[in-house]
Design a protein around this ligand. Structure first.
Ligand SMILES: [Zn+2]
Ligand SMILES: [Zn+2]
Length: 349
């Protein structure tokens, strides 16, 4: 079968590998769509993300093709999502309600861990189907379900924050993750929901998914307007940083109310600068959020099915598997502006 192998930054290969077969307890899934994640783009363009070889692809959907002896969680023909978490289920993090920070999660995740075979391929082998496969409800499409990774990151950040109904929230960065934060914060009951992005097109999308205001972080008048809107508590209860840019954290701190919370969601390899004497008196909580949990994937599917989470703002571009490498290059150089490129290793059905 066809697959795309990662050897290192800007060093990928379109190859033929044997189609996997399901041993006892294992499942083979025929891939319908695999999203090209921002992590894949980073690994494609920057050193130090993956220092190992692998077949990429950790956010996919498809049909169960074959089940090994003893598998009860799925049956042949089921529509499933294949992806993270990949948590082990028995470490301290897993046993204390934080499976997304499982110490074995990263190396175990298909399409991320060393020598794993992800879903930039026609088929994928799940050795831990209970952990890696999520049955897709009939109420949602493959195109909606494949967004679990994009939606999950923002959803988890909001659930991890202290936001309460009636609070104000600021979201810095209105890319795919920022949009999912806006939607989840709205569901959580945020009243003043203020989004920031330098691009007008992204500010428009922010308004469409539920932001009350959308401003340009580089425009001082816009920042002053946001501050005015947040007069009641002298800032927002929670500021989400989803821009992945060192300057965004300062705007978050500036717009956070005293004793409020700054939630860092964006990731970036550049150092962030924090002048503690300028922020210490505000007593802000600085918190990080990382990926999402299995339970949250189920919640997302239910919310999408119920029409409470809108997937229509996420633009999709479907391309054949053999275009993966050229699309990674276009994404890395900013030539493609879509929420997700979807690889289509098999014709659906
Ligand atoms: Zn991802
Ligand atoms: Zn674990």
């Amino acid at each position: 079968m066809k697959a795309v192998k990662y050897h290192g930054p800007r060093n990928l290969e379109f190859i033929d590998i044997p189609k996997p077969q399901a041993g006892p307890g294992q499942v083979v899934v025929k891939i319908v769509f695999c999203g090209i994640c921002g992590t894949d783009v980073h690994a494609y363009s920057l050193p130090g993300i993956f220092n190992w070889e692998l077949v990429l692809g950790h956010e996919a959907v498809g049909y169960v093709e074959e089940v090994g002896e003893g598998v009860t969680c799925v049956k042949v023909g089921d529509r499933v999502a294949v992806g993270p978490p990949g948590d082990c289920g028995h470490c301290y993090s897993c046993n204390t309600g934080n499976p997304n920070t499982c110490i074995h999660g990263f190396p175990n995740t298909l399409g991320i861990g060393p020598d794993t075979q992800g879903a930039y391929a026609e088929y994928i082998l799940s050795k831990f189907p209970q952990n890696e496969l999520f049955v897709i409800p009939d109420s949602i499409t493959f195109e909606q379900a494949v967004l679990f990774d994009v939606l999950g990151v923002g959803f988890h950040a909001v659930r991890r924050s202290d936001i309460r109904v009636g609070d104000s929230a600021v979201v810095l960065g209105c890319g795919s993750i920022g949009l999912s934060i806006i939607q989840a914060a709205k569901l959580a009951g945020a009243t003043h929901l203020i989004a920031f992005d330098p691009l007008g097109s992204k500010r428009q999308l922010a308004l469409e998914v539920g932001a009350d205001y959308a401003f340009d972080p580089g425009n001082e008048e816009d920042v002053a307007k946001a501050r005015e809107l947040l007069w009641r508590a002298n800032g927002a209860q929670v500021c989400f940083e989803a821009a992945g840019h060192p300057s965004a954290i300062q705007t978050c701190v500036d717009l956070c109310m005293p004793s409020g919370q700054v939630m860092l969601v964006g990731s970036d390899s550049r150092p962030y600068e924090l002048v503690t004497s300028a922020i210490g008196h505000k007593q802000c909580d600085l918190k990080f959020s990382f990926v999402y949990t299995k339970e949250e994937i189920g919640m997302l599917f239910d919310l999408i099915g119920a029409g409470k989470l809108d997937t229509s703002p996420y633009s999709l571009l479907k391309v054949p598997l053999e275009d993966a490498i050229s699309k990674l290059e276009e994404l890395a150089t900013g030539k493609l502006n879509v929420a997700r490129v979807l690889l289509t290793p098999n014709v659906e059905g």
